[in-house]
Design a protein around this ligand. Structure first.
Ligand SMILES: *Cc1c(COP(=O)(O)O)cnc(C)c1O
Length: 419
């Protein structure tokens, strides 16, 4: 059974102090998980996880991950500014973006970040630099279908990202001519997979490619970036990924391919987002309406503007009714938000205990790609983010938006309440 990381008592106390909806994060879970990841890759002295900032762009979360030895992976100018403000610099920042404005590269370069190029035309940026970075990484797109374990994982040929195989050789050569000394290689071929073979298969492909590129161009490869993609068990019956088995699978491929080719000192890095934070955040809302028409609806004070994944991908997020954890699931509901869009449904035909107005509802696994995908449609405001500390205390790590925030980009006075 899937349980929230906070007890019913804790959740009630928190909701008494901070109005719902809010996203709540679990410091203890985040730290333990980060330590497990580092243990799984401890065989590689250069290993580093660059947390994908887009998954959970909260400074306090980034600080915790920094304390656990992580860097950050940024994809935009503003994410770079955020990383800088938290105190990340130099090789603790990976810049993996695409269709990148040169202005963004300029800030990344100024911060000393590792630039992970998405396209051969990105090399243009380096032509007017007086000092090119010593290390540059390139993203590979193998095209075709990416298949293993008899299943097609994804269709890289339809993906907008990365260099083709030929462009990689050409790109490395051009970068060497411009003075780049060391190279990284990156690929991201499957999203949200709990299959323990994904990273080892991806690593194998990138390791073989690294050996080829070194032979073809003479480039010194110093970093292999396995990117993100390790998934989490959203459904109660899903098997979680086994990070120790994943680390071991990558190690075996490394021993087989990299070490004999003289590439035994290459650093393995990752850019995980979902795996680092997904299970360690939840969205807490209150049931504010029961509506009975052709179906039975529970209306929440949260909506898809607080969590877009169900509306966008039909994604499953498990739901717990606080205080009714052990009650039988006797009712079938659509659990919905108040947007004027009929896809604003956190759950469709979900069997749950009977829900009463005022019940606290926990929507699980919103720690990554949850708050961060929020938006202001229908004038809905972004919620607060709270951190459940390891000592049981609660810290407000982002206040909720107010109408003033919504009006802040408009040249328009806001109505002053007369109450
Ligand atoms: C989104 C993204 C990630 C993180 O992906 P997860 O599925 O959250 O692990 C890592 N790298 C890049 C380049 C991304 O775009």
């Amino acid at each position: 059974m899937k349980k929230p990381f906070a007890t019913a008592e804790q959740l009630r106390q928190i909701a008494a102090q901070y109005p719902t909806p809010f996203h709540l994060y679990d410091e203890a879970g985040i730290r333990e998980n980060a330590r497990r990841l580092h243990k799984a890759f401890s065989w590689n002295p250069g290993f580093k996880e660059y947390f994908a900032v887009k998954a959970t762009p909260n400074p306090r979360i980034l600080q915790i991950l920094s304390e656990e030895g992580c860097g950050v992976d940024c994809a935009s100018y503003t994410e770079l500014l955020l990383a800088d403000a938290v105190g990340f610099s130099g090789a603790d920042i990976m810049f993996s973006s695409n269709m990148t404005p040169f202005n963004d590269f300029a800030l990344a370069h100024e911060l000393g970040a590792i630039l992970n190029l998405d396209d051969i035309t990105d090399i243009e940026y380096f032509r007017h630099l007086s000092h090119v970075p010593e290390l540059v990484s390139c993203r590979f797109n193998p095209g075709g279908d990416f298949a293993f374990s008899n299943a097609i994982m994804d269709n890289p040929r339809e993906a907008k990202y990365g260099f083709t195989r030929e462009q990689l050789t050409e790109g490395y050569k051009q970068l060497m001519q411009l003075g780049v000394k060391r190279f990284g290689l990156h690929a991201f071929l499957a999203s949200n997979t709990t299959n323990n073979d994904y990273y080892p298969q991806l690593a194998r492909m990138l390791f073989e490619l690294a050996v080829e590129l070194q032979e073809e161009t003479g480039a010194q490869i110093s970093l292999i970036n396995l990117s993100g993609g390790i998934g989490i068990p959203y459904y109660p019956d899903d098997e979680p990924a086994d990070i120790m088995a994943i680390g071991e699978g990558v190690r075996q491929a490394f021993e087989e391919i990299m070490v004999p080719a003289g590439l035994g000192d290459v650093a393995i890095v990752t850019e995980l987002g979902r795996y680092m934070l997904g299970p360690y955040g939840c969205l807490v809302a209150t049931a504010i309406r029961k509506k009975e028409i052709y179906k039975n609806y529970i209306g929440l004070d949260a909506c898809a503007a607080n969590l877009m994944r169900p509306a966008m991908y039909g994604a499953y997020h498990h739901i717990t009714v606080v205080g009714k954890e052990d009650a039988p699931s006797t009712h079938v509901y659509d659990v919905v938000g108040g947007l004027c869009e009929n896809n604003d449904k956190f759950a469709i035909d979900r069997s749950l205990p009977e829900i009463d107005i005022g019940d606290l509802i926990v929507i699980h696994d919103t720690g990554a790609h949850g708050f961060s995908m929020g938006y202001n449609y229908n004038g809905k405001l972004r919620s607060a983010e709270l951190l459940l500390r390891t000592d049981g205390s609660v810290e407000l790590i982002r206040r909720a938006e107010t109408p003033d925030d919504y009006f802040a980009t408009l040249n328009l006075p806001i109505r002053q309440s007369t109450e």
